[in-house]
Design a protein around this ligand. Sequence first.
Ligand code: NAD
Ligand code: UGA
Length: 316
Amino acid sequence: MRRKRVLVTGCAGFIGSSLCERLLREGIEVYGIDMFVPNYDRWIKERNLSSLLLHPQFHFFESDLRHLSFSELLLRVDEVFHQAALPGVRTSWGGQFQQYVDHNILVTQALLEAAKNSNVQKIVYASSSSVYGGMEGPTDETRPPHPISPYGVTKLSAEQLCQLYAKVFGVPVVSLRYFTVFGPRQRPDMAIHKFIKQILTGNPIQIYGDGEQSRDFTFVDDAVTANLLAAASPSAGEVFNIGGISRLTVNELISLIEKHAGKRAHLQTLPEQPGDPKHTFADITKAKTTLGYNPQFDVERGVHLQIEQVRSLYNL
Ligand code: NAD
Ligand code: UGA
């Protein structure tokens, strides 16, 4: 029987590279595309890719999806995991927005157009909790989206395009709304990565607002598992919340990192940032019952693993 072949866009990124490793472990042949968008240092993305590049079933293409013809590529693969995007919430205001539109909306539309005339069996789209805006309590997929950042607007537009192409053309696409993913390789602009580095190097942590904002933190291995489950499920045109086990405030998170790093943080308070929801809180009942998703890693366990990785990344 022929080995399954998949395409992972954004394969040098945090979630994309972790997903590629799992797919290869499952015996799947992986085509990976990334253009090393300078949202953070290229050497970090190259490091994410380093072990993948040694694997005989991994084929890497350094290429810009904004200018790629997907049609030919889709002939080679059975499934697509579309992770590529410009991801930051707080950086999506102002002049950067055009980039967000191009990378997040237009690339997704081009992929869906090509998929319409292909034999691809499943596309899994990396959506975001930012499509909701703020949340007061457990929030399920029936809650109408109300993004409060330009980034959230682009992720929602792309997600709605996925639903449209599923409905009108039968494109078998599923969207996963990840909630603040963390763990080894987390992007250097994200809170846990920044806080660990700042605590270990003795530099001040910048807290946006009073630190009482909370996040539903999802460990990267759980997000990766959700992708495999979504690819295997018969669902199409659906969206699923992919949250974790633990919800913490930023203040609680800093205490936890201090405990595991064995060092105290120096704190600096900055104003709340536009676009940041106060709380996120995933109701994952739908992913549990439909996909069999069952997150395994709490923040305590995940932060411990991430501290080790950040130490190694910066030789700390
Ligand atoms: P990341 O920046 O680490 O990875 C994204 C990768 O996509 C990067 O390596 C980038 O170079 C690549 N890329 C972007 N545009 C491209 C293009 N036009 N051509 C080729 N490559 C391109 O980000 P991440 O945190 O791993 O996020 C992955 C996906 O998950 C994104 O779609 C993001 O919106 C979504 N998401 C992430 C989180 C999170 O907490 N990390 C939460 C919700 C949703
Ligand atoms: C994360 C990802 O960065 C987005 O790509 C993703 O779409 C989003 O999750 C999501 O769930 O959809 P965010 O929740 O802002 O966005 O993740 P972090 O950057 O890790 O921030 C977590 C919290 O820490 C936020 O409340 C933020 O205000 C706070 N923070 C962050 C600080 O107080 N200081 C910092 O230096 C960084």
